[in-house]
Every structure is written in C-alpha cells, then in structure tokens.
Design a protein around this ligand. Structure first.
Ligand SMILES: [Ca+2]
Ligand SMILES: [Ca+2]
Length: 89
C-alpha cells in the first residue's frame, strides 16, 4: 500500500502549506510576538509594533474593550484573507 502512504504524505504537505499561507506567519505566532507582557491581550501600545495592526485596531477590536484578543486577531486575519480572495476573482 505504498500509494496510500504517498497520498497521505502529500495531503499533509498540502495542509501544512495552507496553514502557513498568508504572510508566512499564523495569527497565533503574530499574536504571541506582539503580546510582549504575555497577558493574552494586545494593548494599543503593543499594537504599535505593527503599523498594519495599529491602523486597523478599532476594526479588529470587535468587543471594543480596548485590547485585542487572539480570537479577534484570528477573525480579522481570516476576514482579510476572504476579502483578498474576492478581490482576486
Ligand atoms: Ca499584552
Ligand atoms: Ca477586544
């Protein structure tokens, strides 16, 4: 059953590529990088490290509590991806 094994490996590679898409960094990695005090929130001053995030801060902060949760960042990122996709069509 060599074929099955090869197919599995190909699928794994494809899944890995899809996950690593975007700007080469997952939302989680980005989040941890920006969250300097590791309180699981990105404050506005932490967002200043990344102009792109800072510009969209109010947009990303869905519950408007003044900080960005990892969830909010992830949702914003996938939303951006969707927008990009529809622009390309
Ligand atoms: Ca923080
Ligand atoms: Ca928030």
């Amino acid at each position: 059953m060599m074929l099955k094994k090869t197919l599995m490996a190909a699928l794994l590679v494809a899944a890995g590529t899809a996950f690593a898409a975007d700007d080469g960094q997952s939302a989680q990695e980005k989040f941890q990088q920006l969250d300097q005090d590791s309180d699981q929130n990105i404050s506005r001053s932490e967002a200043e490290q990344e102009q792109k995030i800072l510009d969209a801060f109010a947009e990303i902060d869905q519950d408007q509590d003044g900080v960005l949760s990892q969830n909010e960042l992830e949702e914003w990122k996938s939303q951006k991806k969707e927008e990009k996709k529809s622009e390309e069509q």
